[in-house]
Design a protein around this ligand. Structure first.
Ligand code: SF4
Ligand code: SF4
Length: 302
């Protein structure tokens, strides 16, 4: 059975990391997910607008939610960015908590004929959550055509989908901070345990304190290397910027060689579903993914 979702790719996935958006588009049909892209939706504000103007950011995200609720036949809205998830969940919590406030925000949307309706059955989920909760680990396992046996993968969640738990649905879904490991196992790979998997990558600090930011990123990467990881995987394109794009610089701050490939979550799933690395944009990364690709090619040949 196919799942139709209103799809919010976020801006980083199309700007800085287009291989994320492209790999999601390649993976969706393999999982019978129909993506209806919200082309006229807004930037979520990434927590930055909220610091200066809460009413503005709530209006922007209420507008995106209203557009998503208008997609006929969609079961909910899907994002591919931990940070979008965190920023949007924060707005949704405020909008749902107060009817008068929600009505006030909806007045800003009236000129476009839009309104966000509170509805406990409507959701906005990261692809990781949707894959585990709405498609299911068993259904994923059945679709694997290239088990990634022997590939050691270090999960990196991005803090916005693990904290704060009360806002992110952990009361009903207490295993959300274990889903990456569950998916890694389901596709035949081995999850690698290391200290940083639920921690901050340091990205928000990068413009204010580059040393602390890149030491943080470098330490997580080094810990994953010391735990024998072949690669890291993250459902957050902003984490990807600090862990991949900035990795050569992070190596200088932690004073050691790094060189650990960092995959976007749909890329890892796509490999197991039989999609070719090139189609998943794996040649677009700063840290070359050749070793991962070679290991996968050897698996196919074995
Ligand atoms: S978190 Fe960033 S990538 Fe995601 S929509 Fe917001 S601003 Fe764009
Ligand atoms: S881990 Fe980094 S980029 Fe990712 S959500 Fe946290 S601070 Fe943002």
């Amino acid at each position: 059975m196919s799942i139709k979702v209103a799809y919010w790719p976020g801006c980083v996935s199309r700007g800085f990391t287009p291989e994320l958006h492209g790999s999601m588009a390649a993976v969706a049909p393999k999982l019978d997910i129909e993506l209806i892209q919200l082309d006229r939706a807004n930037c979520c504000g990434a927590g930055v607008i909220a610091e200066h103007n809460q009413e503005l950011v709530d209006s922007l995200n209420a507008r995106t939610f209203a557009l998503a609720q208008g997609v006929e036949g969609a079961v909910g809205m899907m994002n591919i960015c931990s940070t979008c998830q965190g920023a949007q969940s924060e707005c949704q919590e405020r909008l749902d908590a107060d009817t008068a406030y929600r009505q006030h925000i909806n007045e800003h949307l009236e000129p476009e004929g839009l309104a966000y309706e509170k509805n406990s059955a409507w959701w906005n989920k990261n692809f990781l959550w949707l894959l585990v909760e709405d498609i299911g680990i068993d259904a994923l396992r059945e679709r694997v055509v290239r088990p990634l046996t022997g590939l050691r993968v270090a999960p990196f969640y991005g803090c916005y989908i693990v904290r704060p738990q009360s806002r992110l649905g952990y009361d009903e879904r207490p295993e959300r901070d274990l889903y990456l490991e569950q998916v890694i196992e389901a596709i035949g790979a081995t999850p690698v345990d290391y200290a940083g998997k639920h921690k901050c990558c340091g990205f928000p600090l990068i413009t204010m304190n580059r040393t602390t930011s890149l030491r943080q990123a470098g330490r997580h990467i080094a810990d994953a290397i010391d735990a024998d990881a072949d690669c890291m995987v993250t459902p957050c394109p902003l984490c990807h910027l600090n862990l991949d794009l900035q990795q050569p610089d992070a190596a200088k701050y932690v004073e050691r060689d790094l060189g650990l490939p960092v995959l976007h979550f749909p890329q890892l799933v796509g490999l197991a579903l039989g999609i070719e690395p090139k189609e998943l944009g794996m040649n677009k990364h700063v840290v070359k993914t050749g070793d991962v690709q070679r290991k996968i090619a050897e698996l196919a040949a074995a």
